[in-house]
Design a protein around this ligand. Structure first.
Ligand code: CP
Ligand code: NVA
Length: 302
């Protein structure tokens, strides 16, 4: 395993499955009162340049459950927010902390942080990808459907950070991945080239993408940082909605997943959301277990 978790493309299939296996074990043990203070005395710095509910709380609770300490660092309050170079921030924070989780805009900035830091860097979402979320997603699918290999994953909506990570994560787990986005909102070119020659399809047709799917994902039409485009996006993405009609194209008992927050009436109807709320909140819970696994492996050499 590399020093950092910056994007799923950096993982091998064996490394991905190792994270999921450790996550399953940590979840089981937590439910049975078995503690693993693997990170006793260690501190995770958590840098946020964007809002968060799940990522912040699950990382902070996760490190505490592993015996360590989480330090919330708002990007605006750090000197980084006033222009201190990321290269210097990386080297300074490496002297105090045992790991950094960062949520920000630029993937390149996170990669630079990792290059200059001597401690593990964990990507808690960039404009490019959301690897921790997709680890939790794969964990949830495996929990509900017992396997990943050979299942069909479908993603409907914007070709954003979630789409990018789901494509890579799904293909790495030997799933079939079908994505429907408007033509001008395709997933990142590097992800499309990663998917070439693998069981991946892109289409503009949501019904084609959803056909015989085992699990359907969607995400917001306007991501954090795109608030100014929200109105225009609402027009472009009309029709890219997970609703009961779409689910008829999928397999019976098809799962529905959403990383949250969800916009009912936009990318998903309230009916579908509520009908699949159990799976969706399992997915949210699994952020905690998947990230504990990532921290235990990267910061505790598990
Ligand atoms: N899904 C997710 O990352 O949620 P938050 O933005 O609340 O962290
Ligand atoms: N695509 C969304 C995901 C939020 C967890 C965003 O970046 O805002």
């Amino acid at each position: 395993m590399k020093k950092d978790l910056l994007k799923l493309m950096d993982l091998s299939k064996a490394e991905l499955l190792h994270i999921l296996d450790v996550a399953d074990q940590l979840k089981y043990d937590q439910k049975h009162g078995i503690a693993h203070p693997i990170l006793k005395g260690k501190t995770l710095g958590m840098i946020f340049e964007k809002s968060s509910t799940r990522t912040r709380v699950s990382f902070e609770v996760g490190i505490a459950q592993l015996g360590g300490h989480g330090l919330f660092l708002s990007g605006n309050d750090l000197q980084m927010g006033r222009g201190e170079p990321i290269e210097d921030t990386a080297r300074v924070l490496s002297r105090y902390l045992d790991g950094i989780m960062i949520r920000t805009f630029s993937q390149e900035m996170v990669e630079t942080l990792a290059d200059y830091a001597t401690i593990p860097i964990i990507n808690g979402l960039t404009d490019f990808c959301h690897p921790c979320q997709v680890l939790a997603d794969l964990m949830t699918i495996r929990e509900h459907l017992s396997t990943l290999e050979g299942l069909k994953m479908c993603y409907i909506g914007d070709g954003n950070n979630m789409a990018n990570s789901l494509i890579v994560g799904g293909l790495l787990a030997d799933m079939e991945v079908a994505v429907a986005t408007p033509k001008a909102y395709k997933p990142d070119a590097s992800v499309l080239s990663y998917a070439e020659g693998k069981p991946f399809t892109w289409t503009e047709d949501i019904f084609e993408a959803a056909r015989d799917a085992d699990v359907i994902f969607t995400d917001v039409w306007a991501s954090m940082g795109q608030e100014g485009e929200a109105e225009e996006r609402r027009k472009v993405f009309t029709g890219y909605q997970v609703n009961e009609e779409l689910l008829k194209a999928a397999k019976k008992n098809c799962m529905v997943q959403h990383c949250l927050p969800a916009h009912r009436g936009e990318e998903i109807t309230a009916e579908v959301f509520e009908a699949h709320a159990n799976e969706i909140f399992d997915e949210a819970e699994n952020r905690l277990h998947a990230q504990k696994a990532v921290m235990a492996i990267l910061m505790g050499n598990l």
